[in-house]
Design a protein. Structure first.
Length: 181
């Protein structure tokens, strides 16, 4: 079992995913819902999307070591439930990675198209006197796809918040509620 200063690593390591998931959820939702903040938050959220699953895996690994050391004859149901919740959190965070980078890439394409059109002359009017839209042929499709992928990313962020809560709650119940002797 891995220790730091003769203390098991797991009680120390669990704090990293708790903090990182909370930051990821808050900054991720702000990124999704407030487009002007995307330029400011983009790199921070991208780093969090990559680092948070690693922190969750480190907590799971150290927890498995602690559980194997503490219960060599098999884990109690409460420990198994805590472990399973941790894995659900990990898989939710892993699922967020491609979804997040797809959304961010589409947003970058949207911003690049807006910059290209910023220097273009005003769109010509049609015969009816109405102005044409953007000369970006992908604008409408990109908006629809970004909306759908944004909903998926939002759902995964909320799900990650739920799993970090559920995992922490089952762990706290074991330690403070006497669920495991």
């Amino acid at each position: 079992m891995t220790t730091i200063l003769d203390l098991p690593l797991h009680p120390l390591a669990v704090h990293a995913p708790i903090i990182l998931v909370a930051l990821l959820v808050l900054l991720g939702i702000a990124y999704l819902l407030i487009p002007p903040l995307r330029r400011l938050l983009g790199w921070a959220v991208a780093v969090l999307v990559l680092v948070t699953p690693a922190a969750a895996y480190g907590s799971i690994f150290s927890g498995q070591q602690l559980a194997d050391y503490t219960y060599p004859d098999g884990w109690p149901d409460a420990v198994q439930a805590h472990h399973d919740n941790g894995y659900w959190l990990l898989w939710t965070l892993i699922a967020l990675i491609p979804v997040w980078f797809l959304f961010a890439g589409l947003d970058r394409g949207r911003r690049a198209a807006l910059l290209r059109n910023a220097d273009a002359p005003a769109p010509a009017a049609t015969e009816d006197g109405e102005a044409k839209g953007s000369d970006d042929p992908a604008a409408t499709g990109r908006k629809i796809i970004m909306f759908v992928i944004g909903l998926v990313a939002f759902a995964l962020l909320v799900l990650a918040a739920w799993w970090v809560y559920k995992t922490g709650h089952t762990g706290a119940e074991m330690v403070w509620g006497g669920a495991v002797q």
